[in-house]
Write a protein that binds this ligand. Sequence first.
Ligand SMILES: NC(=O)c1ccc[n+]([C@@H]2O[C@H](COP(=O)([O-])OP(=O)(O)OC[C@H]3O[C@@H](n4cnc5c(N)ncnc54)[C@H](O)[C@@H]3O)[C@@H](O)[C@H]2O)c1
Ligand SMILES: [Zn+2]
Length: 442
Amino acid sequence: MQNLNKETVYSLVQVKGTWKRKAGHNVKQDTKGRVSAAKIYESSSSNGTTWTVVSPITFTYTVTQTKNLLDPSNDTLLLGHIRDAQQLESIRSSTKPMKRFIVMDEVVYNLYGSQVTDYLEARNVVYKILPLPTTEENKCMEMVLKILEELHRFGVDRRTEPIIAIGGGVCLDTVGLAASLYRRRTPYIRVPTTLLSYIDASVGAKTGVNFANCKNKLGTYVAPVAAFLDRSFIQTIPRRHISNGLAEMLKMALMKHRGLFELLETQGEFLLNSKFQSALVLEEDLIDPASLSTRIAIETMLEELAPNLWEDDLDRLVDFGHLISPELEMEVLPALLHGEAVNIDMAYMVYVACEMGLIKESEKFRIICCMLGLELPVWHQDCTFALVQKSLCCRLQHSGGLVRMPLPTGLGKAEIFNDINEETLFRAYEKWCKELNSGSPQ
Ligand SMILES: NC(=O)c1ccc[n+]([C@@H]2O[C@H](COP(=O)([O-])OP(=O)(O)OC[C@H]3O[C@@H](n4cnc5c(N)ncnc54)[C@H](O)[C@@H]3O)[C@@H](O)[C@H]2O)c1
Ligand SMILES: [Zn+2]
């Protein structure tokens, strides 16, 4: 057995360019040098000496909602990630052209490529645009390596020339992983072009690709330096993909925000029809549902993610709809989109919550009607009870032995539950199938 007999804590102080250890937790009062937030703990035992390094790392990133991102008079795309006023001023006054490496989803390139090119030309940027078929089926390491090869050939200064990704969640996740690998961490910027990536994939720190037939099995937690959100891209995505994004928005509404739920309940169809471009058609003095709903979705998402960027805390409300859906999504790929699988999972969980007496029948009915109004599937034949059991078993294994099931406890509020018995799950499953297998509540 290890025999611990001595531990000394050292602070680190910078003196004339070099760092020195200084015994003690708090050395601020008696020192003139810069003191690091890091500490070194030294302990000795009969087995040897151990140095434990505690080095706090801070992630800072910005999420900016903007308009006319590709208008050359808007410098957000090139400079919006810089927070230091002096640095900004020196770049603005410099005559040296900026350099940018840009990866675009191929479909997005066909629609917006000329606007991006015009923007970069107008701003006198030295650039390379790499259009790629970033589909879910191609979301793999080969795509990451392809990006890295092109990036290496082009060459960027990792201190000042962030990589820019423009596309849906697949493009942003893949480029994010490439950036986090290149020279161990090269800054990157996310420009989401689908509703789902606008409210979800752009807001957090996760990157990743599929591996061994498992979703996002390889990835990193490296936040972009900035995400620039412009709703106008959403006008060209197919209606089904608007519903897909609405599922993730509904998730936040059910977990955290009754007002957002009511907005989706009353304005869901309008949001679908107007493709989130309503500011253009509504009068100025009306509250614009597109701005309001995206804003609440981003704020609620940031509230949950910011304190838990590396997902160390396993109790996460944002996991609602994501307990059974990964299994279902991979099983039927490409039949269901991510948000559709998430919605089927949420619909079943609403039945579980009702069976447990957490929500009323009338609330359950309202939620299912809202889902149908958003044109989302609420049931799927391949979501068998065996699949539910398998997914929850898998969850137990990967969540420290607890199922940590987020469930609604009313409209817009939720809690995490661990003690749900199999019988309740089954009764809820039977009701769910009976009432919804025709696609509408009875
Ligand atoms: N990193 C995260 O935190 C996070 C969060 C949620 C989802 N994701 C990931 O995001 C992916 C799903 O994202 P998605 O739904 O954006 O899918 P996607 O990237 O596959 O895009 C969907 C489709 O829309 C097309 N498209 C994109 N923008 C368009 C536009 N403006 N006009 C017309 N067509 C357009 C694309 O070519 C694609 O065919 C999944 O792989 C998921 O794992 C990541
Ligand atoms: Zn999701």
